[in-house]
Design a protein around this ligand. Structure first.
Ligand SMILES: Cc1cc2nc3c(=O)[nH]c(=O)nc-3n(C[C@H](O)[C@H](O)[C@H](O)COP(=O)(O)OP(=O)(O)OC[C@H]3O[C@@H](n4cnc5c(N)ncnc54)[C@H](O)[C@@H]3O)c2cc1C
Length: 430
């Protein structure tokens, strides 16, 4: 049995996903004394793109070039969507500050202020996104301008096919072709994993070897697309080094999860948040939450598997950014969906039979993916009649109701914007 440590905190953030990390950054920017707790999150699975708003209505699959017009249309049709709690200048401030954070971390993104950009997915589809990692930008430009392009994959790397990507894109990008080669320093029969490849390309001699192998196959290609494995710690330097060696523009294409761009972001954000003074308790869960008569929250923190309590946090306010089912912020039981920590009311279909459509690929999506916490304009969870449950409890990210981020293509954008809204609301409470 370990000694149980007690920490006093002004703010506690539950969750280390995109919403929790963004909230921690905004809190640190405002010098708010903050503790953050969470286990692995959706970040390591994410492609690395920051979607702000791409598809509405989902049943029509209508895509939008202008994310602000998309949000305006969405909020007018779904007035209780979480984006409706912020105005456009608020969402812009959230995005601008978050992108400054990414620049600070040397994980730069490129945006076109009022425009989405078409980018390539791991399976060779094209989607609209808002923030494009600098390492993926040349792909968006080459796609738009139909530049001669070579896409390369490697023997032994599963679930990433340059041929499939090129075949999918050829109808709109006739100048694209594909190639498979061995990865430097491994034999053609070895299994390859993106993280291991990324670490290997941190070594200069492996990059030189890779460039040598690619040189003779470039032909007239002006742009080269590689799976997103260009290093963990210094992706920009690695990409620029390869560009120098080969004399073409190079871009990364996301691989299927877990993704190296996600891992890069997670590691960089955790290091920076801690350096900015946030008390981060990684790989821990909040096991119980209670509100004292004084209004302060008492959270017990520990290991989920053993249930052992290792830490008590006493906090003036809490931001709950626990995610939906993947993050385990919500629990889907046999009959109903619950919020397990505070016992908050959860908006959900009236009947279990309504959770899913009969057709898995139903263009309307599934109602279970609209379930979550209802909030007021200050991001405080309410009961189903609209009454605030606790005046010092806030919520952000995919745990919120009335959004289907995966189909609406607003995952990271919604997480960042609502995290900003929750921190701003907490500040007013101080
Ligand atoms: C496969 C995949 C691909 C994606 N691709 C994109 C993309 O291309 N573009 C885009 O914009 N977005 C994408 N996303 C979405 C994005 O990365 C985020 O997952 C999403 O925005 C939700 O973030 P979140 O922080 O709300 O939740 P989550 O990422 O689910 O994080 C929830 C966090 O809460 C923690 N938690 C829950 N309960 C507790 C507790 N009791 N105690 C402590 N911690 C707790 C979890 O451990 C976790 O850290 C993708 C996500 C996935 C899964």
């Amino acid at each position: 049995m370990t000694d149980i440590k007690t920490t006093q905190s002004k703010l506690t953030i539950i969750g280390t996903g995109m919403a929790g990390m963004a909230a921690a950054y905004f809190a640190s920017k405002n010098n708010i004394d903050t503790t953050q707790i969470g286990v692995n999150s959706g970040i390591i699975y994410a492609s690395g793109y920051i979607d702000l708003m791409g598809v509405h209505p989902i049943e029509d699959g209508k895509t939008w070039e202008n994310p602000w017009q998309a949000i305006e249309s969405l909020v007018s049709d779904i007035p209780n969507h979480p984006y409706a709690r912020l105005d456009q200048p608020g969402i812009e401030r959230a995005m601008d500050q978050f992108l400054e954070f990414m620049d600070e971390l040397e994980r730069p993104f490129i945006i076109r202020k009022n425009q989405n950009t078409e980018v390539i997915t791991p399976v060779g589809m094209v989607k609209q996104t808002y923030g494009v990692p600098r390492s993926m930008w040349a792909g968006a430009v080459a796609l738009k301008e139909n530049r001669p392009c070579l896409i390369v994959d490697f023997w032994g790397l599963k679930a990433f096919s340059a041929k499939q990507i090129a075949d999918m894109l050829t109808p709109r990008w006739p100048q694209i072709r594909s190639l498979r080669i061995p990865f430097p320093a491994v034999g053609p029969s070895a299994d390859l994993y993106p993280e291991q490849m990324a670490r290997s390309l941190e070594i200069e001699s492996n990059r030189v070897q890779l460039a040598e192998a690619l040189k003779q196959s470039l032909g007239d290609a002006k742009t080269l697309g590689l799976p997103a494995v260009l290093g963990i710690y210094k992706p920009e330097q690695i990409r620029e080094h390869l560009e120098e060696l080969l004399g073409v523009d190079i871009f990364e294409i996301p691989t299927i999860p877990p993704s190296v761009p996600g891992l890069r972001l997670k590691e960089a954000m955790e290091t920076s948040i801690t350096a900015r003074g946030i008390r981060l308790l990684p790989q821990k869960r909040v096991l119980t939450a209670e509100r004292q008569k004084s209004g302060r929250f008492v959270l017990s923190v520990g290991d989920r598997a053993s249930g052992e309590i290792q830490h008590i946090i006493e906090s003036d306010g809490v931001i709950l950014a626990g995610g939906r089912f993947l993050g385990m912020g919500l629990h889907a039981g046999r009959k109903e969906i619950r919020e397990p920590l505070f016992g908050l009311p959860v908006f959900q279909p009236k009947d279990r039979a309504l959770w899913h459509q009969a057709n898995f690929f139903d263009p309307r999506g599934h109602l279970i993916n609209q379930a979550g916490l209802e909030i007021d304009d200050s991001f405080r969870p309410t009961d189903l009649a609209g009454k605030v449950v606790y005046d010092n409890l806030f919520a952000a990210g995919s745990i919120l109701a009335h959004q289907d981020w995966m189909r609406q293509k607003c995952g990271a954008g919604l997480a960042i914007a609502t995290a900003y809204g929750a921190v701003e609301a907490f500040k007013k409470m101080l």
